[in-house]
Design a protein around this ligand. Structure first.
Ligand code: SAM
Length: 251
């Protein structure tokens, strides 16, 4: 159980830049609140702390969030793939200040490394994993595979941009679509939730899970179409496809 309510968390992130809608924040908050006291929460991709703060405020007392982000300015958002040290340092400064302002600095342990080099900083088993780091196929697949393998039976994996980024969606297709270990548990916009099964899932459940995930493909197609319309400088088309004015990209 968390010590504050969701409304408090929502207020705390009101002015924190990032990629997390209200319904997605609620899912993060509730899953963090369900973690056993002293359990392990790991976040890959913290940016300026928006999701980190929600996880830290949702978590029960005594539970530390391990936040992995190299803050190198690369793989930061759509069209921001190349590293940029000044941009990364600015993100790091904003992250530190935002956590302090939200009063959660002592509930977060930041590991300033790319996830591929941070595995040794995580104590398994993981109770809750939030994946929102580099969205290209290689690193996304690596995060889901290597960190996913550390999740405790009954534990949860949340994946941002699950159905709005080609790299992440392909990684899900490769690793989770027919998985015998993870069952699909729904989504908030493009934040998908998976639950680690206690044992191997029976074939029928795997097939049903795969069908459930494949049913999200129209939503994925919509998001990719909106991205293409934005990239082509066609805001009216993006709006017609359902893009919310004010959002930079669909997520
Ligand atoms: C989309 S942003 C995360 C948004 C954040 N979760 C929020 O709530 O606003 C992606 C983040 O992943 C980080 N990142 C890039 N490559 C990474 C890697 N190899 N391992 C971990 N994080 C990485 C970037 O520095 C960036 O801050």
């Amino acid at each position: 159980m968390s010590t504050v309510g969701f409304e408090h968390a929502l207020q705390a992130i009101e002015h924190v830049e990032g990629w997390l809608s209200e319904d997605q924040a609620r899912r993060l908050f509730e899953r963090a609140a369900a973690v056993r006291p002293g359990g392990t929460i790991v976040e890959i991709g913290s940016f300026q702390g928006r999701s980190t703060i929600v996880l830290a405020l949702g978590a029960p007392p005594g539970t530390v969030v391990v936040a992995i982000d190299p803050h190198a300015g690369g793989d930061r958002g759509p069209q921001e793939i190349a590293a940029d040290a000044a941009r990364g340092d600015a993100d790091h400064a904003a992250f530190t200040a935002n956590l302090r302002a939200a009063g959660v600095s002592d509930r977060v342990r930041h590991v300033r490394l790319p996830s591929a080099r941070a595995l040794g900083s995580v104590a398994a088993p993981i109770d809750l994993l939030y994946v929102d780091g580099a969205h290209r196929l290689g690193p996304a697949l690596d995060d889901i595979t290597r960190y996913g393998a550390l999740i405790a039976p009954g534990g949860t994996m949340l994946i941002h941009d699950a159905f709005s980024s080609i790299g992440v969606t392909l990684a899900i297709g490769v690793r989770l679509l027919g998985s015998a270990r993870f069952s699909y548990a729904g989504r908030s916009r493009s934040l998908a939730e998976y639950r680690r099964a206690p044992g191997r899932l029976p074939a029928a459940e795997r097939a049903a899970g795969a069908a459930n995930q494949l049913a999200q493909l129209p939503w994925f197609a919509r998001n990719i179409s909106i991205k293409l319309a934005i990239a082509a400088g066609r805001p009216n088309l993006a709006r017609a496809l359902g893009h919310r004015p004010g959002d930079r990209w669909p997520y």
